[in-house]
Design a protein. Structure first.
Length: 173
């Protein structure tokens, strides 16, 4: 009776190890970078919209996180820092060009998220397209790669809400 239990346990351990190896190999075929892109058309001039995007202090007018936590956000030049759900967060504007900004979102215990926001004037109109591109680099861990499959559905709505807040603020102020 003891010999059957050992065989059963040994078989179970081998099957579990095989499953883990299979999942790890499968995850190697999943890309390690995830790009999320959202856009909105705003009825305002490009300079006005870019002024809202290029200065982090203005984000409290339209960015939902900044609107909700505005009292606890600390600003220092091109950096904003705050604590949310017991984690320290920081966004740093790392570059500006004529019509876009680059920023890094750093959240304690998570990968750095690279953001680019572009303001593109539309021809023959007083409208612009605001485009928010997010690049998330994933680690090689199988659970992180599988999480990457769903990350767009989880975080995409937040970027969309922010752009809609930007649209509403720029069109009404």
């Amino acid at each position: 009776m003891g010999m059957i239990n050992i065989r059963l346990i040994k078989g179970f351990v081998i099957a579990l190890a095989g499953l883990f190896i299979f999942i790890t190999i499968l995850s190697l075929f999943i890309p390690s970078r995830v790009m999320i892109s959202r856009g909105v058309v705003i009825h305002a001039n490009a300079a006005k919209v870019f002024a809202q995007v290029s200065d982090l202090q203005n984000w409290k007018h339209w960015q939902p996180v900044f609107k909700n936590d505005s009292a606890s956000i600390r600003f220092n030049n091109d950096t904003a820092a705050w604590t949310s759900k017991d984690k320290n967060n920081k966004i740093i504007i790392t570059g500006r060009s004529g019509n876009s900004i680059s920023a890094s979102l750093i959240r304690e215990g998570e990968n750095t998220v690279l953001n680019t926001i572009r303001i593109l004037p539309l021809a023959d109109s007083n409208q612009v397209q605001a485009e928010w591109n997010v690049l998330i680099k994933l680690k090689w861990y199988p659970w992180e790669k599988f999480y990457g499959i769903f990350i767009e559905k989880i975080t995409g709505q937040g970027y969309e809400d922010a752009l809609n807040g930007l649209k509403q603020y720029c069109e009404n102020h």
